[in-house]
Ligand binder design. Structure first.
Ligand SMILES: [Zn+2]
Length: 239
């Protein structure tokens, strides 16, 4: 009896460890993952995944109103659908990241599949915007075997987040309050200007959250940085 209980407990612990390894925001088991900046600087990085999407244009105008930068992790398929928005993001000075081509789950997928997803998006982003991203955010936060090797080949670095807004399921004010309660110096904040690769999706909660969050964080004394600046990333880091 005690043996069965011990076996059950061990299986539960292994399952939890496996889930953390694959999806934990700070997990370093399957690839090096940056999830926060320096805690001694009152700066945050606002990041958006799954675009360009229905919320991108309005988010750009809010960021412009306050003169703050952000980092956009785009899906290649969405860039093909809205190339003019991807170009605008770069033209007005924001940073680009790679969020895969089709936003798949990487669990149990081959290294070659992962490589194709990331490589295709690098090529599309470079062709459309002239910029080749250095940052990668994994769809659903899932890191898998072979990902680190692919990132190394493509010169990409994985970034997760410190605070995620759940803006795909919560109303804007709830998202904003959730983030404001958890934000710390050096925080990487994750929101979504699209919803996976769906052409049309609810954009209002994210837009509403950004309208509250940007002035809210400025009022608390935070400044906004791109991921590269928040992490003080220079070419020597990448040597
Ligand atoms: Zn995503």
């Amino acid at each position: 009896m005690i043996g069965w209980i011990a076996a059950g407990a061990a299986a539960g612990i292994l399952t939890a460890l496996g889930a953390y390894a694959v999806r934990g925001r700070s997990s370093q088991w399957l690839c090096t993952s940056y999830w926060r900046g320096r805690p001694n600087v009152p700066a945050v990085a606002l990041t958006f995944d799954d675009g360009p999407g229905p919320a991108t244009a309005e988010i750009l105008s809010i960021l412009d109103r306050y003169g703050v930068p952000a980092t956009f992790f785009f899906c290649g398929e969405n860039v093909e659908r809205r190339p003019e928005l991807a170009r605008r993001v770069v033209e007005v000075g924001h940073e680009l990241g790679n969020h895969s081509y089709s936003h798949p789950y990487f669990c149990f997928r081959s290294r070659e599949f992962i490589r194709q997803e990331l490589h295709r998006t690098q090529a599309i982003l470079e062709q459309v915007t002239g910029c080749r991203p250095r940052w990668f955010r994994p769809p659903y936060g899932i890191r898998w075997l072979g990902l680190q090797k692919v990132l190394d080949e493509l010169g990409l670095v994985c970034v997760t987040w410190t605070v995620i807004g759940n803006d795909w399921k919560w109303p804007g004010p709830v998202v904003a309050e959730h983030v404001l309660q958890r934000v710390v110096p050096g925080a990487i904040i994750c929101l979504h200007d699209g919803r996976e690769t769906r052409p049309e999706a609810a954009a209002d909660p994210t837009i509403e959250a950004v309208r509250i969050l940007v002035p809210g964080l400025l009022n608390r004394g935070f400044r906004f940085e791109t991921i590269s600046n928040l992490l003080c990333w220079t070419s020597s880091n990448n040597a």
